[in-house]
Design a protein around this ligand. Structure first.
Ligand SMILES: [Zn+2]
Length: 285
C-alpha cells in the first residue's frame, strides 16, 4: 500500500474554525480557503489505525458490498469516485435527480425545508445506503434537501445506469427494495422522534448515527448547523451541548465536537437509535 489513510481535521489558521473532518490520504495536501475569513487553511492530522473493514477494504458501502464479486464489479465500473465536502448540496427540493450517491466515508443528510426557511433532518444516509433512492421508484425530482453532513468519499452513478442496473440485476433490485423499506422506516421513526422526544435525546441519537457511519469521534459541527439539523434554536443547541459536556459525554471546542463517552451517549439517547439500527440490520443482512 503506497498511501495511508487518516482521520484528518482541517482548521483555519486565522479563526481556527474547523473546515473539514474526514478520512483522507495521509498526509493530505490541502489548498482550501476558509469561507468565513478567506485565509488559507492550515491543517493538523491525527493518524489512526484502521481495522479490517476500514476505508482500504473497498467497497465500504454496505449495499455494494452485499453484491457478489462479478455483479459488484459490473456496477462499480459505471461509478465515479467523488469527494464531498460538508455543506455540499446534492439536491434542492424540486431538482431533477441526475445521479445517485453511494457514500463510502461521507454522510449525507435528507432535510425537509419549510417556507419560512426552517429545516429539520428526516433521514441520514451513510455507508449503509444510497442517495437519492427516489429515482429507483421512478421519481425524477428530489423532494428533500440533500446536503453533506460529514466530508468524505462516495461512489456516484448516473440515474440511467442506476435504473438499468436495478432492472438487470435481480439481487441488486431486491437489496434496493429492502433498503427503500429501511429508509422509509427511518423517516417515519424520525417524524415520531422529532415530535415526541427531547432535544437531548435527538441530539445524542444523531451523534450515535454519525459515529456508526463514520467510525470517528470528532465532528466539525457548528451550533448553527446543529440547530438546522435538529430544528431548534441555536440557544437550545447550546444548552444541550453544555449539559452533555457537564455529564462528560462530549467536549465542545471551536465548533468541533469530540465524543468522549459513546456508552454514556447511548444511555442518553431515546430508543429510536436502537430501533432504526436493528431494523436496518434485520432487513439488509
Ligand atoms: Zn427518538
Amino acid at each position: 500500500m503506497t498511501d495511508r489513510r487518516a482521520i484528518v481535521l482541517v482548521v483555519c489558521a486565522s479563526c481556527r474554525e474547523p473546515a473539514h473532518v474526514g478520512v483522507d490520504t495521509f498526509p493530505i495536501s490541502a489548498h482550501l480557503i476558509a469561507s468565513s475569513c478567506e485565509m488559507p487553511y492550515t491543517y493538523s492530522t491525527t493518524e489512526v489505525v484502521l481495522g479490517k473493514g476500514g476505508v482500504d477494504d473497498a467497497p465500504a458501502n454496505g449495499l455494494l458490498a452485499a453484491l457478489p464479486g462479478a455483479s459488484r464489479e459490473r456496477l462499480l465500473a459505471n461509478t465515479q469516485l467523488v469527494s464531498l465536502t460538508v455543506k455540499d448540496v446534492l439536491y434542492h427540493p424540486g431538482d431533477s435527480i441526475t445521479a445517485v450517491y453511494f457514500p463510502l466515508t461521507c454522510v449525507i443528510s435528507m432535510m425537509t425545508e419549510m417556507k419560512n426557511g426552517a429545516t429539520i433532518e428526516i433521514a441520514t444516509v451513510g455507508n449503509e445506503g444510497v442517495h437519492e433512492i427516489a429515482s429507483y421508484l421512478g421519481i425524477d425530482e428530489a423532494v428533500a434537501l440533500g446536503i453533506t453532513q460529514v466530508s468524505g468519499e462516495a461512489r456516484r452513478m448516473s440515474v440511467e445506469d442506476f435504473k438499468q442496473a436495478a432492472k438487470s440485476d435481480e439481487l441488486f433490485d431486491t437489496i434496493l427494495r429492502r433498503y427503500t423499506h429501511a429508509l422509509l422506516m427511518q423517516i417515519a421513526r424520525s417524524g415520531g422522534c422529532n415530535s415526541l422526544h427531547s432535544v437531548e435525546e435527538r441530539y445524542t441519537r444523531w451523534l450515535l448515527m454519525m459515529h456508526d457511519r463514520t467510525n470517528v469521534d470528532v465532528f466539525a459541527f457548528t451550533q448553527e448547523f446543529l440547530s438546522r439539523m435538529l430544528g431548534v434554536s441555536r440557544a437550545r443547541v447550546n444548552i444541550v451541548t453544555k449539559a452533555l459536556e457537564k455529564a462528560g459525554r462530549i467536549k465542545n471546542s471551536r465548533n468541533q465536537i469530540t465524543v468522549l463517552d459513546w456508552k454514556g451517549l447511548e444511555a442518553s439517547s431515546c430508543d429510536c437509535y436502537r430501533f432504526i439500527k436493528q431494523e436496518f440490520a434485520r432487513v439488509l443482512v
